[in-house]
Ligand binder design. Structure first.
Ligand SMILES: *Cc1c(COP(=O)(O)O)cnc(C)c1O
Length: 373
């Protein structure tokens, strides 16, 4: 049996090596390392993939969030609502811009923001909501967009983990993760579902004016070179990464279906274990399974048991944001967000990637069953 890893980027690369190598060589030959033609070619392919009005490439998913926040013209002290059970980047950019992160708990079964609790956190200073489509399925966007409309708030979607997930609204219309709010962001970090070979990110926008502003902010606030109308940053997707992504996006549908096959396999083998809760599939979102995350009894013991059998696992995330030193706030003590606090003690993510085989999956499932028997 091949060694089990959380994400097998190497085998994935070897399957498309000739295409990727040729794409890289072509950039090297042209030496168009910044803003080469592949950047626009990839961005266009991504735009078609998610059916966005506009796609703005940038240097990573954290920058994407920061640029999105900067485009909203918020003032220091303005409040931004986000789930407390998420990756730190979501809160980090808010705090960095001197805005105030206001946390909301999540649903225990889908791990996504509990929209029913948003309204009680809204104050006169609240300006935006950042739903995070965690582990690969969309937060429940319809009620989130509706509370945002009611209080005139911006919605920025963090779709770093959910590129390709589709959400179905009550009227039957379907939209992709990242294209439902005024701005959406994603990441091409190597282990993300569409990963490059370094850092990369992108921003989705609905309105042409917003798209232009995001473009400007990502490029030193300039529309015309050396004419800086607004304060921006330097955040580019480099040509080499774009060339690699242009190859890989052709396989993204196949990658998503492979991840779903792995998830289905786990679901089937593990659903009858009473100490294990398999991840709930939201009714109105497809799942792209960036992570396959269980809630289990005796989590830390299970982790060690699996490790001893050559099975790596990860805890996303071991400390909820309100317990992080950098994001602690008065009123955010023990028990402030009971669901997220519980999840930090019970979640465990199993290996899931595009290269897993049945032998590995069977081995992992038997080990988990052995632990609980
Ligand atoms: C990965 C990730 C980011 C940040 O992306 P980077 O490209 O690593 O900067 C932001 N939010 C979430 C939820 C993520 O998983």
């Amino acid at each position: 049996m091949n060694k089990i890893v959380m994400v097998d980027l190497q085998s994935q690369y070897f399957r498309i090596k000739s295409e990727v190598d040729a794409a890289i060589q072509s950039v090297l030959n042209a030496t168009n390392f910044i803003q080469g033609p592949e950047v626009k070619e990839f961005t266009d392919a991504l735009k078609t993939y998610v059916d966005a009005e506009a796609v703005i490439p940038c240097a990573n998913g954290t920058d994407a969030l920061q640029i999105a926040m900067m485009a909203l013209d918020l003032k220091p002290g303005d409040e931004v609502i986000l789930p407390v059970h998420t990756y730190v980047a979501t809160a980090e950019v808010i705090a960095l811009l001197q805005l105030k992160p206001v946390f909301v708990d999540v649903f225990e079964d889908t791990f996504n923001i509990n929209h029913a609790q948003i309204e009680s956190r809204i104050t006169a200073r609240t300006k935006a909501i950042v739903p995070v489509h965690l582990y690969g399925q969309c937060a429940d966007m319809e009620p989130i967009l509706s509370v945002a409309r009611k209080f005139n708030l911006h919605v920025i979607e963090d779709a770093a983990q959910a590129l390709g997930a589709a959400y179905t609204f009550g009227d039957g219309s379907v939209k992709q993760a990242g294209t439902m709010g005024v701005v959406g962001t994603t990441s091409f970090f190597p282990s993300k579902n569409l990963g490059c070979y370094g850092d990369g990110g992108a921003i989705f926008a609905r309105e042409p004016g917003m798209a232009e502003k995001l473009h400007m902010i990502a490029n030193h606030g300039q529309r015309v070179k050396y004419h800086h109308d607004i304060i921006g940053v330097n955040s580019r997707l480099d040509t080499l990464q774009a060339a690699i992504l242009k190859v890989k996006i052709k396989y993204l549908k196949e990658y998503t279906s492979r991840r779903n096959q792995v998830a289905d396999f786990y679901d089937q083998c593990l659903s009858d274990l009473k100490q294990v809760n398999i991840p709930k599939r939201a009714i109105n979102s497809t799942h792209v399974f960036h992570q396959y995350t269980l809630r289990v009894e005796r989590r830390d013991e299970l982790k060690i048991f699996l490790e001893q059998r050559g099975i790596p696992t990860m805890i996303y995330y071991p400390v909820p944001l309100h317990f992080q030193k950098a994001y602690a706030q008065p009123g955010y003590g023990e028990g402030a967000f009971p669901v997220s606090e519980g999840l930090s003690r019970t979640v465990i993510s199993l290996p899931i990637h595009t290269e897993m085989n049945e032998e590995q999956l069977t081995y992992i499932c038997s080990a988990i069953k052995e632990f609980y028997q």
